[in-house]
Write a protein that binds this ligand. Structure first.
Ligand code: SF4
Ligand code: SF4
Length: 248
């Protein structure tokens, strides 16, 4: 068996090298259509990373999701079983140190979840892990004595984990620490993706900014209203955000 990528839900993608013959009866992922699905007994994809580029990723993944959903309704299966592994695709010219290639594979992984909730949960966790990894161990916010770079010359501590709380009576609101900030580890107990995506002027001046359209998993699988909530539902725990996304 050649190199193999294990996806979730017991699916696999087999990586072929230049000397391997591409198995017959595979469908080029770039030209996948419902007609081809109807004609195949089992749909096995062919992915040649040299045949398309990053600009095509969104279109190809959206099409695969649409076709996979229809295939499920008409009881057509993706994949063949080889040595007890369910192979859904053969890939050529895959470069495992190319992050864009890996993002594309994550998109395929997302598509083969059984339910929309499971897919959103996977995407949510994957993007959170990516953002956590981006910041981990770098002190990009330049915290010193519990004051970040943006708030250096103010009395404010613990970065931007504050929000305004409206008093029940009276016209004034008060700036309070977010209730999800872990007081011992100074980490977020809410796993709030919109907060993780937030970058203030200080970070942006350092060239750090996250745009939803640049994060493939968010860009492909969510509609504009969902993207709005992913950007603005700050100070909110993961379960509430997922619940909202499921309604949109
Ligand atoms: S994002 Fe900006 S405001 Fe928030 S902790 Fe970092 S430097 Fe401070
Ligand atoms: S929800 Fe947002 S503001 Fe609250 S602790 Fe988490 S990251 Fe900080």
């Amino acid at each position: 068996m050649n190199n193999i990528i294990e996806l979730d839900n017991s699916y696999y993608i087999e990586i072929l090298n230049r000397n391997n013959e591409i198995p017959v009866n595979t469908v080029d992922i770039c030209h996948l259509s419902l007609i081809k699905v109807l004609k195949s007994k089992n749909i096995v994809l062919r992915i040649d990373f040299d045949k398309f580029n990053i600009r095509d990723y969104k279109r190809i993944l959206k099409n695969l999701l649409r076709v996979k959903n229809v295939a499920k309704i008409i009881n057509k299966e993706f994949g063949i079983t080889e040595k007890e592994k369910k192979i859904i695709a053969y890939a050529t010219n895959f470069n495992e140190s190319n992050l864009k290639h890996k993002d594309f594979i994550s998109g395929i992984n997302a598509i083969f979840y059984k339910t929309r909730y499971e897919r959103y949960n996977y995407i949510y966790d994957t993007v959170c892990n990516y953002l956590d990894g981006y910041f981990y161990g770098k002190n990009l916010c330049d915290f010193k004595n519990n004051k970040c770079g943006e708030k250096r010359n103010t009395s404010s501590t613990t970065g931007c984990c504050h929000h305004f709380k409206h008093k029940a009576l009276g016209p004034f609101s008060k700036l309070v620490l977010c209730e999800y900030l872990n007081k011992e580890s100074y980490t977020c107990d809410a796993k709030c993706l919109p907060c993780k995506l937030f970058t203030c002027d200080y970070l942006e001046n350092k060239g750090i900014k996250f745009k939803i359209k640049d994060i493939l998993l968010l860009d492909v699988f969510f509609n504009p209203i969902q993207k709005y909530f992913i950007k603005y539902m700050v100070f909110t725990p993961k379960d509430k955000i997922l619940k909202r996304l499921m309604k949109l």
